[in-house]
Design a protein around this ligand. Structure first.
Ligand SMILES: C[S@@+](CC[C@H](N)C(=O)[O-])C[C@H]1O[C@@H](n2cnc3c(N)ncnc32)[C@H](O)[C@@H]1O
Length: 185
């Protein structure tokens, strides 16, 4: 099994439109993306885990592997994730199928899936995730833009509130982490 960075670069060259990054996220980004998973009790789903930087951070926060499900559409990443994280459920399925994996009341969705500037993807990935999340569940998204990765009209359509968790200069490229929750009425 190649080192995570070698596998990441290989898959970036093979499938640039899916991986959409030049390197795995940094450990600091992973900490910001995963903060709060230690405070929830329900299932946790990570979408677009790649080589598992966020997966490791989730487990490092004390989440039992059995509570964690990964949805990754790249089969080579899935093979590496199964080897690296025994006990974690690794599904070679797109995030768009989150409603079909038999989980409800999901406490947190941690997303590395590129959703910026594609309204249809936002509806299919973020909208469907909230359909199977607990009422107080949270969704974190990494993006390389300072703007929220979901436009205001789409947030209104999906009934979501937004919180900018912060920027991580040390990421390659610098990254922003946004958190979405159901807006309270
Ligand atoms: C930018 S990489 C992020 C990898 C990792 N989370 C990180 O931050 O280092 C995007 C990942 O999302 C995966 N991906 C892209 N579209 C997806 C989708 N619709 N469903 C599941 N995974 C997807 C890619 O295969 C890739 O592993």
């Amino acid at each position: 099994m190649p080192a995570p960075i070698t596998l990441f670069l290989k898959e970036t060259l093979r499938r640039p439109k899916e991986v959409v990054a030049i390197a795995p996220s940094s450990a600091a980004t992973a900490r910001k993306m995963t903060a709060g998973v230690e405070d929830v009790d329900g299932p946790i789903v990570e979408i677009g885990p790649g080589t598992g930087v966020f997966t490791k951070a989730i487990l490092d926060r004390g989440v039992a592997p059995e509570r964690l499900t990964l949805l990754e559409m790249n089969a080579n990443f899935c093979d590496a994730l199964r080897t690296r994280f025994p006990g974690v459920t690794v599904l070679n399925r797109p995030a768009q199928e989150i409603q079909e994996i038999g989980l409800e009341g999901i406490s947190a969705v941690i997303s590395g899936v590129p959703v910026l500037a594609r309204p249809q993807i936002q509806r299919e990935v973020v909208g469907r995730a909230f359909d199977v999340m607990a009422p107080d569940g949270f969704f974190t998204q990494i993006t390389y833009s300072p703007r929220a990765p979901i436009a205001p009209d789409m947030r209104a359509e999906l009934g979501l509130s937004t919180h900018h968790r912060g920027m991580i200069w040390g990421n390659l490229p610098p990254a922003h982490v946004f958190e979405f929750r159901r807006a309270r009425h």
